[in-house]
Design a protein. Structure first.
Length: 203
């Protein structure tokens, strides 16, 4: 397998990576964060149906997402008690429900990214590209060539950053190092925006 421009090649990567993620994960190849990556993801079907039913507008604004993160999901809140009342009243259609002076947030993240796999000819370039996904999901790099005399060094550096390593061998794609689990310290508008952008390209 000389490259990964064709669907069959990416399917091989997906099959190699599947043991690392949920069996319900779907896969798609995107150009994102300045790299071409295979993303394994799960759509929140309940949220997808809810958005379709109410004709929800896209959530593609960081300030809007920050405003939503300040509201609990499914609990009515008096608008008068909120510091950003104007922003709440301007939320996109479908993000929240209104009842007199109470607002209830309905919108949640529409999907979860389980793993991002980026391909690179050079291992340092690969680690840098995979590292861009650190705030959002587990990540791994697929290397076309691995100098055996430096394999321990490559794996040690990848392990330090929590990045998995897949090796493109002549007859298969082998997992040389499993990716570290994704454990976000907190929910951020940037991470939510990342999945909203992907969701907008899928639906």
């Amino acid at each position: 397998m000389a490259g990964l421009a064709n669907p069959a090649a990416w399917r091989s990567v997906r099959e190699a990576a599947l043991p690392q993620v949920s069996s319900e994960s779907e896969a798609a190849v995107f150009s994102v964060l300045g790299a071409r990556a295979l993303l394994l993801y799960r759509v929140d079907e309940a949220e997808r149906r809810r958005r379709q039913a109410v004709g929800a507008e896209r959530l593609d604004s960081i300030p809007v997402l920050e405003c939503l993160l300040g509201l609990p999901v499914g609990l009515p809140v008096p608008v008068g008690s909120l510091p950003d009342q104007a922003e709440v009243r301007d939320l996109p259609r479908g993000a929240a429900e209104w009842e007199t002076d109470l607002v209830t947030r309905r919108a949640v993240r529409p999907l979860v990214v389980d793993l991002a796999v980026v391909r690179a000819a050079g291992w340092r370039t690969g680690l840098e590209r995979a590292g861009r996904f650190a705030p959002f999901c587990r990540r791994a790099v697929l290397l076309d060539e691995v100098p055996h005399v430096r394999l321990d060094e490559i794996l040690a550096e990848a392990a330090f950053y929590g990045i998995g390593v897949l090796v493109n061998e002549p007859d298969r794609i082998r997992i040389a190092l499993e990716p570290e689990a994704y454990r976000p310290q907190r929910h951020t508008s940037a991470a939510w925006h990342f999945v909203e952008e992907l969701y907008g390209r899928l639906v």
